[in-house]
Ligand binder design. Structure first.
Ligand SMILES: [Zn+2]
Length: 230
């Protein structure tokens, strides 16, 4: 029993150091920067598609507009040439066509503005990405320094853990590992004043005598293994 407790103690220290590294602000910031860059990348891809569509629409609209204006010009000249009886009607038609031309022009201007905006957003994302990349490098470098500082301690504890391992009863170790993988820690807790040393729940009388007979029981509440502290 004592050997597994010692093993657990080493693990506890190891978890503490690893946890320190895991919760490093630099590490978190580096992750955030990476996520930011990823999101920016996705937005750029979408923006490229949007810009492509807008450009196509712009080209098409401009072409249509030019064709329309050309025909309108022809028509106007024709009306001027044969100032006949239907002039009024034709002039009305031309006026309506001019209105259409204005509308087309407006739509083209709106498309043009959308293209400008898309380009602006593109540029802004690129600029921010540049800054984010720079920050990412700094966070990474800082985190690496932290890791380099803690790594010897982590390795030392891992080595100590490996040395302790063969001393532990394999059955207990198997139990420990199974619980550990189920995210329970500490796995082994002492019985304290008739309570589970993990979750503090009172151990029922029947279970308590089982504990005394067998040396260990599993807590019905938190799943930890309760042992009798010597
Ligand atoms: Zn418990």
């Amino acid at each position: 029993m004592q050997e597994i407790i010692k093993y657990q103690q080493i693990d506890s220290q190891l978890r503490k150091v690893e946890g320190e590294l895991y919760s490093s602000a630099n590490r978190k910031s580096a992750f955030q920067m990476q996520q930011y860059l990823k999101d920016g990348q996705a937005r750029l891809i979408k923006l490229e598609e949007v810009a492509k569509t807008l450009n196509e629409q712009y080209q098409k609209a401009t072409k249509l507009y030019n064709e329309f204006i050309e025909k309108l010009d022809e028509l106007s000249k024709k009306v001027e040439a044969d100032r006949g009886e239907k002039t009024d009607e034709l002039e009305k038609t031309i006026s309506a066509f001019n209105q259409t031309a204005d509308n087309l022009e407006n739509n083209i201007a709106i498309l043009g503005q959308k293209i400008v905006n898309a380009n602006k957003e593109f540029e802004s994302i690129m600029n921010n990405a540049k800054k984010a990349k720079h920050n990412l490098e700094i966070y990474k470098a800082n985190y690496n320094k932290e890791r380099e500082k803690l790594e010897p301690e982590i390795n030392r504890l891992k080595e100590e853990k490996n040395k302790q391992k063969p001393k532990v009863d394999p059955k207990l170790l198997a139990k420990y590992n199974a619980k550990y993988e189920g995210k329970i820690f500490p796995v082994f807790v002492p019985e304290t004043k008739g309570r589970c040393g993990g979750c503090r729940m009172e151990i029922p009388a029947g279970k308590l005598s089982e504990l005394k007979a067998k040396g260990t029981i599993e807590c019905e509440n938190c799943g930890r293994i309760i042992y009798i502290a010597e």
